[in-house]
Ligand binder design. Structure first.
Ligand code: IPE
Ligand code: IPE
Ligand code: MG
Length: 268
């Protein structure tokens, strides 16, 4: 509570708008349907405080709570959180184990509130390769939340955009080989239907905290026309106010999808 007040005061001093001001500016009719977040910067956040990287991962859980709550309140349809990539196995075993245990802890602690808020858990990635405990906790969360009709929370775990495409191509190839699908029938909607996000709208907004400007193998197909919003704020410091900043900024953008906006049409 006090921390939030101090943060609000600091941001006001820097000329940044408060949560209330941002909420007032937000057009509820033009919210993104799907927001995706690369939850980055946990390690650096902890190291700056002279703490082990794992301290940052734990702190990042509070940010997840905050952002999931606000997304639900606003009525956003889909929230995709990048939690563990197919490349993150390269990290020290202790860190990987910590992250997997944290996932189990998060699901155990949060599942009641998630269900009360009508949230459906939808993990995406190569889930079979996760440790058994994590796999089981996910299965329970998916089963308990499968009839919920509010926010769909895509948890990207052992997720890689290239792996997702490899899996899709394999599945399509099997269909073709068995004669159930003609190569000529393969089009963009068919391919999208074989991705982990089948049936979902593409992300309208991608948020990456912690100052890096790259996609790190996230949603390579789905990001074709997504708006990007980056911030130097580290994930453990990321709060509702930052999501609101991203949303207000998103609403100022002009999405052209390769075409022209009304005022440009007929100019030549
Ligand atoms: C994001 O924070 C969490 C995961 C990738 C699992 P990092 O651990 O990448 O933190 P930095 O980028 O090293 O600061
Ligand atoms: C991306 O962050 C993956 C997740 C946030 C889970 P990384 O920290 O792994 O990405 P790079 O290595 O900086 O590209
Ligand atoms: Mg990182």
């Amino acid at each position: 509570m006090l921390k939030d007040l101090v943060r609000n005061w600091r941001e006001r001093k820097k000329g940044q708008l408060s949560e209330e001001d941002l909420l007032a500016r937000l057009d509820r009719q033009r919210l993104p349907r799907h927001v995706a977040i690369i939850m980055d910067g946990n390690g650096r956040w902890a190291r700056r405080r002279g703490m082990p990287r794992t301290f940052g991962h734990r702190a990042g859980m509070e940010s997840i709570r905050d952002i999931v709550r606000l997304s639900t309140q606003l009525g956003i349809g889909y929230l995709t959180l990048y939690a563990f990539s197919t490349e993150n196995w390269k990290r020290p075993t202790d860190e990987v184990n910590f992250l997997m245990n944290l996932l189990v802890e998060y699901l155990h602690k949060e599942i009641d509130e998630l269900c009360q808020n009508n949230i459906r858990i939808h993990p995406i990635g190569l889930l079979d390769e996760l440790p058994a405990k994590a796999g089981e906790a996910l299965q329970v969360a998916v089963a308990r939340s499968r009839h919920n009709s509010g926010l769909t929370l895509n948890l990207a775990l052992n997720y890689g955009g290239r792996t997702e495409l490899v899996e899709a191509v394999r599945a399509i190839a099997r269909e073709v080989a068995s004669g159930r699908l003609f190569p000529e029938s393969i089009d963009e909607p068919v391919i999208a239907g074989y991705l982990y996000t089948a049936g979902q709208p593409d992300p309208d907004l991608l948020i990456r905290p912690a100052g890096d400007y790259r996609v790190s193998n996230f949603l390579l197909w789905q990001l074709a026309y997504t708006e990007f919003w980056m911030t130097p704020v580290m994930w453990p410091d990321f709060r509702k106010v930052h999501l609101l900043q991203a949303l207000v900024d998103y609403q100022r953008r002009e999405r052209r999808f390769g075409g022209l906006i009304k005022s440009q049409a007929g100019e030549n």
